[in-house]
Design a protein around this ligand. Structure first.
Ligand code: ARG
Length: 568
């Protein structure tokens, strides 16, 4: 039994009408150590005893008396504060962690459940830019965390590989696709395709008929015109090659790349179903689903030329996912500007009679802008994600060359640290917060940063390498009761809670803050308490603590998508 459960048990033995669950919910973690490790507020009992909560807290302390697992139990105002027995606490936490090793902090709350995490989902033939970093990294971390909580996860990259913009691109290529252009695309696909797209958009102003031509080509594509299909497949191929370079740098893998085009042939069935269920309405030749009575704008689901739309493809995708994976939750990691889209889409699914509409979750995040304004691909205001990573690696290389020129595997470490810094910073804040991208901030490695955590991890590795004894949990735990050691152990005990919170709220930053907090506590311990000493018993105990910190830091970084170099 853990200490929190023990507190609950003590309470239900006195307040017998409380259930274990209620008692557990009542328990708080005090904001500072002098208020103990657990606290129970007594407001709830004021009615029953017709006394002030403070008086009740006093009475309760008396009734509880001495308990072996706690150093002291005292009242403070309306609270009963519990101070754990530090030695027993150390023994319990470290024993468990030592036993569970790489599984420490994991749960089985997701057992038997499949969760879809859709993330990244860039539009092909367009730059993979800093704006995509958010969905890509937040989504990857959520996917990792869910997996660690025991779910069967399916990571989907819902590529934006369909829609009128491909009609534009095909039409532009038909007009201007000289052999030189083809060669340029082969060499440097995204910027060249972007040029075609930008030019097409500009010329539409002079040639309004281009709009119709683009629509025509998209319709042809949907109807399976071979020439259109071939071109589209080529655009998709070259784009994916580019995206994959960045995914590889991040070490991100998807289970499925079923993007918008994948649902092309599933569209007629969805349209039929909408019709059958009486949800379609004609609107100047196009088809809409009326949503005004739900406080939403109507959704356009089919254009007058019969071509489908983004929202229709999303309806088809959700239904396909339910049929294929029977998901417990279907998570979309997509920016806040698409809130209306997802609200409309969920309502349509609800109106179709599917109660799993509400198992679909839009996990939103705030926008990234640039110091000189918002990102605007068409105006050339864009920072390529790959450039960000390469610069971070360059800067790390410089620092390593200055401080540690003899490091083994310098190149590999520079990559791990540079990219780790970018990931850590991206996942450091509440996801809904907007932010302005700044090179300075991204490349600053001081303070609460990825490199700081990685450095602390490397420090634990170095200590463990220096250990000339076997590390096990057969140690004198009374050695680990001083403040610095105890603070580290308390932090370690909170790992699972942090993960569960991150899971409940879809907030990887809870894990980021957790690991940097653990690193800070460990460094305080390291500076106060010599680990490699001649006193064997002391060394044994402190190395055990070091080992567990090592395991948890590594796991935390891994869940965020960071690598953990053993030497830095
Ligand atoms: N491709 C879209 C974009 O870049 C994001 C797709 C989000 N996912 C979805 N199922 N609609 O804006």
């Amino acid at each position: 039994m853990d200490f929190k459960e023990k507190v609950a048990e003590i309470f239900i033995s006195i307040e017998t009408e409380l259930s274990m669950e209620e008692a557990l919910q009542l328990i708080e973690i005090p904001p500072s150590a002098d208020m103990g490790d657990y606290a129970v507020p007594c407001f709830k009992f004021a009615k029953k005893y017709r006394k002030s909560p403070a008086a009740i807290a006093n009475d309760l302390v008396e009734k509880i008396g001495q308990v072996n697992e706690f150093e002291k139990i005292e009242s403070a105002g309306p609270y009963v504060n519990f101070f754990v027995n530090k030695e027993q606490f150390a023994e319990q936490v470290l024993n468990r962690a030592f036993e569970e090793k790489e599984d420490y902090g994991s749960t089985n709350i997701g057992e038997g459940k499949t969760v879809i995490v859709e993330f990244s989902s860039p539009n092909i033939a367009k730059p993979f830019h800093i704006g995509h970093i958010r969905s890509t990294l937040i989504g990857n971390a959520i996917n990792n965390i869910y997996k660690y909580m025991g779910y069967n996860t399916v990571a989907i990259n819902h590529l934006g590989d369909y829609g009128t913009q491909f009609g534009m691109l095909i039409s532009a290529y038909m007009k201007w696709g000289t052999p030189e252009v083809v060669e340029a695309i082969e060499k440097d696909p995204i910027p060249e395709l972007l040029k075609l797209y930008v030019r097409y958009n500009q010329e539409i102003e002079k040639h309004p008929e281009y709009q119709d031509e683009a629509r025509y080509w998209f319709k042809e594509l949907e109807d399976g015109n071979e020439e259109a299909l071939k071109l589209w497949a080529w655009f998709r191929d070259v784009s994916l090659k580019e995206f994959n370079r960045v995914y590889d740098m991040f070490g991100i893998k998807f289970d499925s790349l079923a993007g918008e085009s994948f649902y092309s042939d599933k569209m007629p069935a969805i349209m039929d179903e909408l019709k059958e269920k009486g949800l379609l309405k004609d609107s100047e030749g196009a088809k809409i689903v009326e949503l005004s009575e739900y406080g939403l704008t109507d959704a356009l689901v089919e254009k007058s030329d019969g071509s489908t739309l983004y929202v229709t493809r999303d309806v088809a995708a959700a239904k396909y996912r339910k049929d294929t994976y029977d998901f417990y939750k279907n998570i979309y990691v997509v920016g806040a500007p698409q809130k209306l889209h997802f609200d409309q889409w969920r309502k349509i699914i609800d109106l179709m009679g599917y109660d799993w509409a509400y198992d679909c979750v839009h996990v939103m995040f705030g926008t990234v802008s640039l110091e000189d304004g918002t990102l605007a691909t068409r105006k050339g205001r864009v920072v390529f994600l790959e450039d960000v990573l390469n610069k971070a690696i360059e800067k790390t290389t410089e620092i390593i060359n200055q401080r540690n020129p003899n490091l083994e595997d310098r190149e590999k470490v520079a990559k791990q640290v540079g990219i780790g810094a970018v990931i850590f910073q991206e996942l450091f804040n509440n996801r809904i917060k907007d932010y302005v991208f700044s090179w300075d901030k991204t490349l600053s490695f001081e303070g609460e940063t990825g490199p700081y955590v990685q450095y602390t991890y490397a420090r634990t590795c170095s200590l463990l390498r220096k250990a000339d004894i076997t590390i096990d949990s057969d140690v004198d735990f009374s050695i680990l009761t001083n403040t610095e050691a105890f603070n580290v152990i308390k932090k370690l005990e909170g790992f699972k809670t942090a993960l569960i919170n991150a899971h409940d709220k879809y907030e990887p930053f809870i894990v980021t803050r957790y690991i940097v907090g653990l690193a800070q506590e460990f460094n305080r311990f390291y500076h106060e308490c010599p680990i490699i000493t001649d006193r064997v018993e002391v060394k044994k105990a402190r190395l055990l603590l070091t080992l567990i910190v090592n395991i948890v830091l590594k796991k935390g970084m891994e869940l965020l998508g960071m690598e953990a170099p053993e030497k830095m």
